[in-house]
Design a protein around this ligand. Structure first.
Ligand code: DAH
Length: 340
């Protein structure tokens, strides 16, 4: 039996294979249910005890030699991956799908919506092509207001009543017309203005609008809501300041700044050297606006705010040029692979 085993070792050593299938046949020849190893074990049981000590390790050696040969040959077939006649290499390991990345504006948008959702605001979207009523008239813009100028707004040539919305405040009007108070909603979307494209301005950008209407809503509610937002988004120590301002659709109106700091060139550029970042406009919804949408302004009051998300995103990720957001250069986008 010893010679037989030594012969097998030589045989195993010298075998060569021209395909994966041939390796598998070889494996079955030795290790299969009716294979050579099975016979050897049966013979071994009959061997006289004094020979077992010598033959046992030799049988094991045969088995190991087969296993190693099979593993090595299979690996080499995978590696050399011989294509079949159809040109398809079915043995090639799958490459995995390349993962896309979240756009930085999307990351920030989602985070802002999440903070307001937690405060009970529902998300609502509206159309990007709007009519004059929802963008201007319904928001108390007088007929001669400069925002209506072709210099500032893209109109649809075929129909002068249609235009690309210049702000998401238009969605407020739609919702106030559609629903009864109380309402607490947050409205993200793309807006368009006729601006020359540069590092700091674009003809398209993103806003998030908020609206809360109920009985007895006060300016203190507005301020506290915005402070809570700023501290959730920018950090618990964040300071905000409100500056009086003017919008046709709110009275009183304010602009809100957040203290960001002045550490980098991007900080300096975007905060215009002050460290304060203007993040949004806001105010108490003008009674004219409530009435224009059929809401009783004696019974209800509300606050509204609108923020741009590009500037916040530029500071958070230290992006110096607004145009990068819209070019979809993979080298730019790949840098946000870790962001959720
Ligand atoms: N719509 C304004 C803009 O685009 C932002 C804004 C200001 C929205 C005050 C509001 C608001 O809802 O109350 O500049």
């Amino acid at each position: 039996m010893k010679e037989e085993l030594e012969g097998l070792l030589v045989d195993i050593e010298n075998r060569s294979f021209d395909s994966d299938d041939a390796v598998e046949e070889f494996r079955i020849e030795y290790l299969g249910r009716k294979g050579k190893m099975k016979d050897l074990m049966a013979q071994f049981r009959e061997v006289a005890p004094e020979h077992k000590r010598e033959l046992g390790p030799l049988i094991n050696k045969v088995k190991t030699a087969v296993e190693e040969k099979v593993a090595a040959e299979k690996a080499s077939f995978n590696k050399n991956s011989k294509a079949t006649s159809s040109g398809i290499d079915a043995s090639r390991p799958a490459g995995g799908f390349p993962h896309g990345t979240h756009h930085p504006l999307q990351v920030v948008r989602r985070e802002i919506l999440g903070i307001f959702s937690n405060m009970g605001f529902g998300v609502v979207e509206g159309p990007e092509i709007e009519d004059d009523w929802h963008v201007f008239s319904g928001l108390n813009f007088p007929p001669e207001h400069p925002a209506r100028d072709m210099q500032d707004t893209f109109f649809v040539e075929r129909d002068p009543d249609l235009l690309l919305r210049t702000h998401t405040s238009s969605v407020q009007v739609r919702e106030m017309e559609r629903r009864e108070p109380p309402m607490r909603i947050i409205m993200p979307g793309r807006v368009f203005r006729n601006e020359a494209i540069s590092a700091r301005a674009h003809c398209m950008f993103h806003q998030i609008e908020g609206l809360y209407i109920d009985e007895n809503v006060s300016f203190a509610d507005l301020k506290q809501t915005l402070l809570h937002f700023a501290q959730r988004f920018f950090g618990p120590e964040t300071k905000i300041r409100l500056r009086p301002s003017y919008f046709p659709f709110t009275e009183p109106s304010a602009e809100v700044d957040v203290y960001w700091g002045l550490e980098t060139e991007v900080d300096k550029r975007i905060t215009k050297g002050t460290g304060w970042l203007e993040i949004l406009g806001c105010g108490m919804v003008d009674p004219n606006v409530l009435e224009a949408s059929g809401i009783d302004s004696k019974k209800y009051s509300g606050f509204a705010f609108g923020m741009g998300i590009e500037r916040i995103t530029m500071l958070r990720y230290q992006i110096g040029d607004l145009r990068l957001f819209f070019e979809n250069d993979k080298r730019f986008l790949d840098q946000f692979a870790g962001e959720r």
